[in-house]
Design a protein around this ligand. Structure first.
Ligand code: KE4
Length: 427
């Protein structure tokens, strides 16, 4: 029995599935999830001292690579000054100024401790500001686990979703509509019928949570135009894309400014720190200035802010050129490996986030993505892991490249993927 197997048998007695977040249990891909003991740069080591090249990056935060020396030093120095005060600190102001400097759409912001909190709070202030109740999301987009956003795809014409989780009352999602991503006809029809009641549209501007699915030309522009015309707010959930796709996130890359933005992952540098912010007239609705309540004991925690500040300070324009180059190298290598293996698969990438879909492609929406061959993905994932490549444990996730990855890492990964694809029965 490996150390990870021993640890999993202990963990399962106390933690549902032995994990603190479902995807970590490997139920979608099978096999024993390695318990990670330590990480540095682009490498992970598990409890059995097995080494991996890491493409999960803690699901996005580790854009510099793990245990970046400057970030670790900043965290150690902050911790030595005290872990949490529940009071304003200079460091939170500096961090807020960093965010404002990167995101022209963010005039005012509030720190919270997770992406879920950020999106939940953004929805609340959008409803408070507009006085409206209807929220629009897109099938296959994930915005954290707050009740109003756990909505299954609207079945056919019934665009108003049904709960996507037990424990969510139907009444709570009665005002949440879910449409097909990139479906401009459905979007136009919904606004034509319900526009006056829509508080906000929330979208991953590049979707990571059905795998990497970019917006088709004109889709984000249409979202911006329709929300503006109908007095609804446009919320970009950039928890994954923010500071990953460009210094100013997807909004910087595409040049479309939302009314509110949610950030997480990279901006916290791996510690519990997330942000929601945007138009000043909207954010001034938040307590103690306005009637929309939101609070948090550890919001803007000084140790987490130290990790976030140090991470953002190290991300400059050169960083994104490097991430683009490494991403293109991995994409090209995987495409060669797919062709060589004669397997029906496609790679979709934006910057340093990418997905290998077991699907002929293109994958434009959830209705495409759910047609992927998940069994083949599971075989592929297990073979990658056996070959020392740590890949997201679901077909519906994005893999992430960090600044610590080298050309040699990418080339080694492509070699392992070539072997992994050979173990997948061709179709
Ligand atoms: P958290 O509450 O997990 O910090 O953030 C929720 C969230 C919000 N918005 C987007 C676009 C996200 O991707 C996430 C969380 N992402 C998942 C993986 N895609 C986190 C991994 C997990 O759930 O364990």
């Amino acid at each position: 029995m490996t150390r990870s197997e021993e640890l999993m048998s202990r963990a399962e007695r106390l933690l549902p599935g032995g994990v603190n977040s479902p995807v970590r249990a490997y139920r979608a891909v099978g096999g024993q999830p390695p318990f990670i003991a330590r990480a540095r740069g682009a490498r992970l080591w598990d409890a059995d001292e097995r080494e991996y090249i890491d493409y999960v990056g803690s699901w996005g935060p580790a854009i510099l690579g793990h245990a970046d020396p400057e970030v670790v030093a900043a965290v150690q120095a902050a911790a030595a000054r005290g872990l949490s005060f529940g009071a304003p600190t200079e460091q939170e102001v500096t961090f807020a100024e960093q965010i404002r400097d990167r995101y022209p759409s963010i005039e005012m912001l509030r720190c919270v401790s997770s992406g879920t909190e950020a999106t939940m709070s953004a929805l609340r202030v959008a409803r408070g500001f507009t006085g409206r109740d209807v929220i629009v999301k897109f099938d296959g987009c994930y915005h954290g686990h707050s009740d109003a956003l756990l909505v299954a795809a609207g079945s056919g014409a019934a665009t108003f979703g049904s709960p996507d989780s037990a424990g969510v009352p139907r009444s709570v999602v009665a005002n949440t509509a879910s449409l097909g991503f990139n479906d401009r006809d459905a979007l136009g029809a919904l606004f034509a019928e319900h526009g006056a009641n829509i508080a906000a549209v929330i979208v991953e501007p590049v979707v990571g949570n059905m795998g990497c699915v970019p917006p088709e030309p004109g889709f984000l522009e249409m979202l911006r135009e329709l929300t503006r015309d109908h007095g609804a707010l446009l919320i970009f959930d950039e928890v994954m894309t923010g500071s990953r796709l460009a210094r100013g996130g997807a909004q910087g890359r595409f040049g479309i400014l939302p009314d509110l933005t949610c950030l997480g992952k990279v901006v916290g540098g791996g510690l519990p720190l997330a942000v929601y912010g945007g138009r000043r007239d909207v954010m001034e609705q938040i307590a103690p200035l306005g009637p929309v309540y939101q609070a948090g004991t550890l919001s803007g925690n000084p140790v987490a802010v130290a990790a976030g500040t140090s991470t953002l300070e190290q991300l400059d324009s050169g960083s994104y050129a490097t991430l683009e180059r490494l991403g293109a190298r991995l994409e090209a290598g995987l495409e060669r490996a797919i062709a060589h293996a004669g397997v029906e698969a496609t790679v979709q990438r934006v910057g340093s986030m990418l997905t290998l879909f077991f699907h002929p492609g293109p994958v434009r929406s959830w209705s495409d993505a759910k047609g992927c061959d998940r069994e083949r993905f599971g075989t592929f994932h297990r073979a990658l892991l056996a070959g020392g490549v740590y890949w997201p444990a679901s077909q519906f996730e994005a893999a992430f490249i960090s600044l610590a990855h080298t050309d040699a890492d990418i080339d080694r990964t492509v070699d392992v993927a070539q072997g992994a694809l050979a173990s997948v029965s061709p179709r």
